[in-house]
Design a protein around this ligand. Structure first.
Ligand code: MN
Length: 260
């Protein structure tokens, strides 16, 4: 078995296995999900210099950080939602670490999302994908490619309108089907795992209510999903080990076997 890991390390060093960063850069302008009152807002990302090779620290540079757990590219743990609150292995510090390394399949919805900012992924789309690529394997991440991460203007990324955000996502039946497939979690390029209009769905916010209610994870604000194959990638998604944390920003890294 040690041979297997040696081969893996060599393949990475030789770029036979490509390492792809699915993470957005954290900065003060990083868009944060906006909730209507009376709900409490999440703090934006902020960074404050402690010292930078100066009187406060002549040989070292470092910063203090502040942010909500759900800022930038981030992980949603099952206890994030009331439906998952009782999972003892559902917090950032209690999730079995094995679940932080898992295969990922990518459903390309970029054309649909370009045409319709409120595009909803339905079971019909998932079944059509499965007809082409095979049944979604148990324990996989399912990532929805929309190219939403290419919206560099934070206002266009959040896309808030009078009737709430216009952002693509899954409908409730699509999430039910993914839960049936026993996936590891659901990941998107948008600011949250649910569609912009998901407050009006039944149940409301199904990618949270149903996924976390089944002890499954979420990933939001991913990028570079256009660089992944539909099947075959493995992603590493370890959140910070915050005691009883509901999620955390993280670096999401994909391993992709370069076949040629
Ligand atoms: Mn979140």
């Amino acid at each position: 078995m040690s041979d297997l890991l040696t081969k893996l390390a060599k393949a990475i060093a030789k770029e036979k296995i490509k390492v792809i960063d699915l993470t957005q850069t954290l900065r003060p302008s990083t868009p944060v999900i906006q909730l209507p009152p009376p709900f409490a807002p999440s703090a934006p990302f902020s960074i404050e210099e402690i010292s930078r090779y100066d009187d406060k620290g002549p040989a070292w540079y470092w910063n203090n950080l502040a942010m909500g757990e759900h800022t930038g590219t981030h992980f949603d743990a099952p206890i994030h939602w009331v439906t998952g609150k009782d999972y003892r292995d559902g917090a950032t510090d209690t999730v079995p670490v094995q679940r932080f390394i898992a295969p990922a399949v990518v459903i390309d919805c970029s054309k649909e999302a370009k045409k319709d900012e409120k595009f909803l992924l339905t079971p019909k789309h998932i079944l059509a994908w499965e007809k082409k690529h095979g049944t979604i394997p148990k324990g996989s991440w399912v990532l929805m490619r929309t190219d939403w991460s290419k919206r560099e203007d934070p206002a266009k990324f959040l896309n808030m309108k009078e009737d709430g955000p216009h952002v693509p996502g899954p409908n409730a039946d699509a999430v039910r089907l993914l839960v049936e497939r026993d996936v590891n979690g659901w990941g998107v390029e948008a600011v949250g795992t649910d569609a912009g209009q998901a407050f009006s769905f039944e149940p409301a916010f199904p990618a949270h209510a149903l996924m976390h209610g089944s002890n499954k994870f979420g990933l939001a604000s991913l990028c570079n999903l256009d660089k992944l194959p539909p099947t075959g990638a493995v992603i590493v998604t370890a959140p910070l080990k915050i005691e009883h944390g509901s999620g955390s920003p993280l670096r999401v890294i994909a391993l992709v076997h370069d076949e040629d």
